[in-house]
Design a protein around this ligand. Sequence first.
Ligand code: Q9C
Ligand code: ZN
Length: 678
Amino acid sequence: MESAKKKNDDNGDDAGVERGRVGLLYDERMCKHHTPDGEDHPENPERIRAIWRKLQSAGITQRCVVLNGKAAEDEHIASVHAHNYIKMIRNLSTKEVDPRRNKIASKFNSIYLNGGSSEAAYLAAGSVIEVSEKVAKGELSSAVAIVRPPGHHAESNEAMGFCIFNNVAVAASYILDEKLELGIHKILIVDWDVHHGNGTQKMFWKDSRVLFFSVHRFDFGTFYPTGDDGSYTMVGEGQGAGYNINVPWEHGQCGDADYLAVWDHILIPVAKEFNPDMIIISGGFDAAVGDPLGGCRITPYGYSVMMKKLLEFAEGKIVLALEGGYNLDSIANSVLACVKVLLEDKPLSGALEAYPFESTWRVIRAVRKELCTYWPILSNELPKEALAINKKVFSFELISSSDSDAENDEAFKAPSESKNDSIGNLVEKFQNVIRPLSLIPFEESAQVKAIGSSVSWRAVFAKTDIWYACFGSNMWMPRFLCYIQGGQVEGMQKPFPGSIDKRLPKDIMWKIMPHRLFFGRSHTCTWGEGGVAFLHPESSIDDKTYMCLYRITLEQFNDLIVQENVLVQENVQHDSMITPFFDSTSLDSAVTNKSIVLEAIKEGWYSNVVHLGTEGALHILTMTCSLSDVESFKSGEHPLRAPSKGYMNTLVRGLVQGKQLSEDEAISYINGACTKPL
Ligand code: Q9C
Ligand code: ZN
């Protein structure tokens, strides 16, 4: 550490041009903590290596004061952790294989341990202490500690959620308890990791010297670490009452606009009042766009603005300590953006995505109401602009895709009756029905533009197959393929861009499902009169619906969701695909609860993804309306309406060519679904 510091001092020309001295701490020894038998794990050594490499290649490391890690002293850790726990971590063996150590790990929630874990944990905690002390002293103006294992889930006597020691809590306590002479009496901890910082919250629960602020996915207590701890009602106790602020998102997909609304309407006003002497950021980057666990979408630009707004406080004394963040590119670019802010580089250019979610204003209101007795500034009305914006939030309009008016188009040639037509053969036969995308004058698709930033989730989701089950016009394969390959079949008034991954469905099959098919809505804005098909989300043994199942990837399914719920504002569609609408959390939820209404597109008519079971090892998913929409259909608020002739023809064609029903049978099947009361 000394040598690194000296080197930089000698190199004063470079460091001298910088406005201040920004510390950067990195130590390869923290990579020694990894899974004991080498299985993949999101919290792996490559995380900090990727960040370090990025800072090096961006020429940032030369402009900073580079520090090596330093192991924490037990007595300093003891200010927030129990002695027995510290002893246990200290005494973890360094052996390559140790069943006893595995047994210890298994007693904790989401924890692995290996021969390097103890050393890395001490280094992570000690390193955050080290940079915090230097910032507190003014030796450094600010600092970034690229540490692992992370810390904010760790509790007094418990490792948890990939965390062993609570690095940030250890450092804050050290500065407040051991270094009174430095004049740091109030610390603001900003925890922007996508998960709630349960450990840190507990450690300063009754402490008014630490204002703990955490913004995290909560999903009504179902998101890790689950339970009520992350609720906005958890405000602290005793002296600490009002000094614990939770901002619990109701769902994923939150991005720059949501976080900055929280900054502007909660964090910054409170920080002005609290007037911290120093800020420590529990800097998880798992709310970044592209993160496989978080499902949120903060961009590097978003992080840079969040950072910049905090730099106005505590004379810029900020320590950023790494917590979570599991997409290597996302975390590297996000940390880079943050360091640039500390170096006071000219701001990143970037534009904020559209608007916060409606739910974001709901959460902000709830938090402000809960805390306004402690922070009177929060009792003011939210500014009018916020309300105006609220109205505009994500107003989608469905341009139905399930109501093709395709009449008997000349181009169509019936496929052969052969029973063992492969998908490829079938597609070839249908191909002449689809106007290939390449022939249609078409602006570069918004989705295609978004590829750059969404490679990672796409790469992951491209590897998971699901069965997409349809009951409407998509039963007719040429119509469905418009969503995969792009293009339009005759009768459609506009082409669809298709999926990014244009590979054909790997398989196709039919099933009869015990659900009610019905037709509703009076018309669609582009297709005119007539209802479109919906499936009752709940099953009932008295009902039968023919469903055509296409084996596609989860990535294609997401592209399908966007096209099925066509979004009016182009930029919204564009933004929407930076992260998947339907992610692994949504899938879990759909499997557990049978269905999930996707918040981000809840205004769409097909925003409800229903899990219909499994086939082989794969999930069967469909898209339909929400249960509350069903109620609206029942009450007459939404009309039930038979399909137009053209739409009817498409459905019949799908059922007949899928060899499910004769033409007459298909017609009476649809008519039955139209006439039977809901
Ligand atoms: N079903 C941090 O980001 N997930 N920790 C466990 C169990 C644990 C995340 C899921 C996520 C821990 C520091
Ligand atoms: Zn996290």
